[in-house]
Design a protein around this ligand. Structure first.
Ligand SMILES: [Zn+2]
Length: 255
């Protein structure tokens, strides 16, 4: 009886020892891990922190959006029946808006072409009626003989009376500038001449070279509606300016 009791006691003692020893190893390992992963006095709210080999850097903030540079293509001396339709086709394909400085007498000769420029969404502006040098006219004559008849002809076909003008040859006396401004006219010259009007220097390569050298934000590019050279160079000219980061606008949309 006594032997049996002693044996039972010994067995219980062994079991107790086993229970005391096993958990100590397990929890000791666990505690070591947590202590290493967290600095002293860290309060664990959501379980132990998992350490990675390299800290993950915060994502780089996106750069601010870059405002695109603007350029305005302008075409003088139209409309005509030969080159204007080809220019319009290229502009439509490339989705490029432009400004057409038209001549009043050609608007009267080619009304359908004027309407097509308008319905294609381009801006129509005034380039006089007969392409006369405005320095030869009085301020009153400039409006009565040249500007007003042209804008009236445009208005008859489109409902729109242009008050933006470019003098032929860019020629305008200082007193005429003041007089026209006072009458509400906006005078627009150009800042980049392609020389597409000059047969001695209007090869497409020469025009592209000029664009590459002289382009600048808010440039007003001077071209014409009466040159094969302009038609030939236009697709590459548009691609070149696009590659340089330009958006195409009309002259009233420049900054
Ligand atoms: Zn002209």
């Amino acid at each position: 009886m006594l032997t049996k009791k002693k044996g039972t006691m010994a067995l219980l003692l062994i079991l107790l020892l086993i229970l005391m020893v096993r958990p100590v190893y397990g929890s000791q390992e666990h505690i070591t891990e947590v202590v290493e992963a967290n600095p002293p006095n860290t309060v664990l709210k959501e379980g132990p922190v998992v350490r990675t080999k390299k800290p993950v850097p915060a994502p780089e903030p996106l750069p601010p959006p870059v405002a695109k540079k603007k350029v305005a293509l302008t075409f003088d001396d139209g409309p005509d029946l030969r080159y204007t339709p080809q220019l319009l086709e290229i502009l439509r394909t490339e989705q490029v808006p432009a400004t057409f400085f038209v001549l009043g007498e050609k608007v009267e000769w080619y009304p359908e072409m004027l309407k097509r420029i308008f319905t294609d969404g381009h801006l129509i502006a005034n380039h006089s009626r007969t392409h006369v040098d405005f320095e030869l006219l009085s301020n009153e004559e400039i409006i009565r003989l040249e500007l007003d008849p042209t804008s009236r002809a445009v208005e008859k076909l489109t409902g729109y009376y242009p008050l933006i003008m470019r003098p032929p040859y860019g020629s305008l006396r200082v007193d005429s500038v003041q007089s026209l401004n006072a009458e509400g006219w906006k005078i627009v010259r150009w800042s980049l001449d392609t020389f597409d009007w000059d047969p001695s220097r209007n090869k497409p390569a020469q025009i592209i070279d000029r664009i590459l050298r002289l382009h600048h934000p808010n440039a007003i590019v001077l071209m014409h509606c009466n040159n094969k050279s302009t038609v030939d160079v236009l697709p590459e000219l548009i691609r070149t300016l696009r590659t340089l980061g330009y958006d195409f606008v009309t002259v009233t949309q420049l900054d």
